[in-house]
Design a protein around this ligand. Structure first.
Ligand SMILES: NC(=O)c1ccc[n+]([C@@H]2O[C@H](COP(=O)([O-])OP(=O)(O)OC[C@H]3O[C@@H](n4cnc5c(N)ncnc54)[C@H](O)[C@@H]3O)[C@@H](O)[C@H]2O)c1
Ligand SMILES: O=C(O)[C@H](O)CO
Length: 318
């Protein structure tokens, strides 16, 4: 059984172990694989593991030995699942391993925008409090979350857990979702997209990237939003038209954005969001806590063992 990990470094930069995976077959772990290197490295593999290396229809067609693709992530938009299905290749993802970490990051972005802790720390270090005529000073809007409306798009693992934290903050929770695995409490009100964009103070994206969700947030949707609204995206970068969002931030159509994901990662230096007003960005790390990566590695092993036993779990091909 030949196993190849194409880009193992992000999940395991050295603090976790590949040993159990290596015991399952002849296994090679690459830290990173450039697009031009994929075919040579994946040739002859029965099992291919990828986090962000794209496996499109052409690549899959060129790997006749391939039987299993394990995505080392929840989002599996990098795989042409139709091509894999046609070939009878099992494709699995890692659901729910990072849910608490992602929901925590959503609120890290929200609280960063409402409280600006780093900004005030920087200003104080510059001497601004020492020289202040008053016992306090502020120069950014200080926004209380209690009573504000949060709109959640996609009420699966990360969306639902974000909703629960929002309820704890006393927020009104509105949600648009195709379906939800959860029994929704009465505090979560289901709504349509038009109402959600028009009425919510904060909108947080939690749906997968698919043909129907690509650029879900675009100029038309941004125009529907309140001028004091905040957009949070921990889902996938292409859920948002980035030039439209940069324009909306720069011209005050909406107030601020907190983003963990961009359409190209790492981003090009000329990505308009890197210089947009009130745009706060983290480098796709919502998932990457040590606790979440430990769970990821365990579920990766469980997935492969179940596949080898002939009873695949976490298959994304319906
Ligand atoms: N930034 C990170 O580190 C990070 C970590 C985990 C997941 N993610 C991304 O977040 C996404 C969501 O993760 P999750 O664990 O909540 O996944 P999930 O599968 O549990 O939930 C996704 C939800 O979106 C809903 N949905 C699907 N299509 C929709 C549509 N067109 N409109 C509205 N809702 C729709 C689904 O019904 C489901 O309830 C993943 O697909 C992944 O791309 C990012
Ligand atoms: O989808 C996920 O699990 C995260 O984005 C990390 O890849």
């Amino acid at each position: 059984m030949k196993i190849v990990v194409l880009d193992g470094y992000a999940a395991n930069p050295g603090d976790l172990s590949w040993d159990e995976l290596k015991s399952l077959g002849e296994c090679t772990v690459y830290d990173r694989t450039a697009p031009a290197e994929v075919l040579e490295r994946a040739a002859g593999a029965d099992i291919l593991l990828t986090n962000k290396v794209v496996l499109d229809a052409t690549t899959i067609a060129a790997l006749p030995q391939l039987k299993y693709i394990g995505v080392l992530a929840t989002g599996y938009n990098i795989i042409d699942t139709a091509a894999a299905k046609e070939r009878g290749i099992t494709v699995t993802n890692i659901p729910a391993y990072s849910t608490p970490s992602v929901a925590q990051m959503v609120f890290a972005h929200i609280l960063n925008i409402t409280q600006r802790v780093q900004h005030y720390t920087d200003e104080i270090h510059k001497g601004r409090w020492t020289n202040s005529p008053d016992f306090c000073f502020w120069d950014t809007p200080l926004i209380e979350l209690s009573g504000k409306k949060i709109g959640i798009i996609g009420l699966g693992q990360t969306g639902y857990n974000t909703a629960r934290i929002a309820i704890g903050f006393g927020m009104e929770v509105h949600a648009y979702t195709s379906k939800s695995p959860f029994q929704l409490p009465p505090e979560i009100k289901k709504t349509e997209l038009d109402e959600l964009f028009a009425n919510c103070d904060i909108i947080s994206l939690h749906c997968p990237l698919t043909d129907s969700t690509r650029e879900l947030v675009n100029a038309a949707r941004l125009k529907q939003m309140k001028p004091n609204a905040i957009l949070i995206n921990t889902g996938r970068g292409p859920l948002v038209n980035e030039q439209d969002l940069a324009d909306a931030l720069n011209n005050g159509t909406i107030f601020a954005a907190g983003l963990d994901v961009l359409s190209q990662e790492p981003p090009r230096a000329d990505n308009p969001l890197l210089t947009a007003r009130n745009c706060y960005i983290t480098p796709h790390i919502a998932w990457a806590s040590a606790a979440a990566r430990e769970r990821l590695m365990q579920i990766m092993l469980d997935n492969i063992k179940a596949f080898l036993d002939g009873k695949p779990i976490n298959s994304v091909i319906k």
